[in-house]
Design a protein around this ligand. Sequence first.
Ligand SMILES: C[S@@+](CC[C@H](N)C(=O)[O-])C[C@H]1O[C@@H](n2cnc3c(N)ncnc32)[C@H](O)[C@@H]1O
Length: 274
Amino acid sequence: MEAFTNIIHGDCGEELRRIQDNSVDLIFTSPPYADSRKSTYGGISPDRYVEWFLPISSQLLRVLKPDGTFILNIKERVAEGERHTYVIETILEMRKQGWLWTEEFIWHKKNCYPGRWPNRFRDAWERLLQFNKNKKFNMYQDEVMVPVGDWAVGRLRNLSDTDKVRDLSKSGSNFGKNISNWLNRDKVYPTNVIHLATECGNRDHSAAFPEALPEWFIKLFTKAADTVLDPFMGSGTTVIVAQRMMRNSIGIEVMYEYYEMVKEKIAPVKYCLF
Ligand SMILES: C[S@@+](CC[C@H](N)C(=O)[O-])C[C@H]1O[C@@H](n2cnc3c(N)ncnc32)[C@H](O)[C@@H]1O
């Protein structure tokens, strides 16, 4: 089985129009943060962020398959002493476009460097917002199971009577609130908090993901030969990982130097005709 990797130089607002309707299984991306990193690749004013992003999210809605998932890595910046509200406003407007805001994951940056600010602590997490077109979407939860861990030894040995009763009214799945179901298991499902170090050593791009971040979501929401899209490709972390995992991938990047850099890094590209 051979997967295609298609990287495109251009503005995703335009280039997304070339992608077929309902053709992508997972969109995983981190757009430029509002007004940040002006020195490297520009920034959008926080007050204009929603207006800038909505035409792009409308194209993303068009290209995503009905059972696909969109994961948006974003964080509101501090403006004039307050957290700006553009992330919340973006969510509300995307819901009006037809997106369901299904879930929110937290990326806890384990190695966030120390610092001191007069009115807040160092920022050690980012949002990964999950959007879908429908309530039913593909999700391969068994692919991201984690070792049960030492807590199980003490916690599961001393179960209360309540812990042993399945809460039938709320749980329709195999394992609900009845914690005793988890006895004698090596692996459990993870939480929606992902603990990962940033990769400080990455000199290719000032905002590159750690590879393990797209990898986790690609495992969770796609299978081999599915298609992954990153419309803000940067140094290509998403497409490189997708290629390694035998997924088809499409990356779009507006800055020519990043596009060229990714072109050199990926294995020979198989171009697909949209
Ligand atoms: C936060 S970075 C993405 C970093 C990426 N996740 C990685 O691991 O390297 C956002 C990227 O989007 C690019 N970009 C900004 N506006 C764009 C647009 N309209 N179309 C395509 N790419 C854009 C920037 O040049 C930048 O490389």
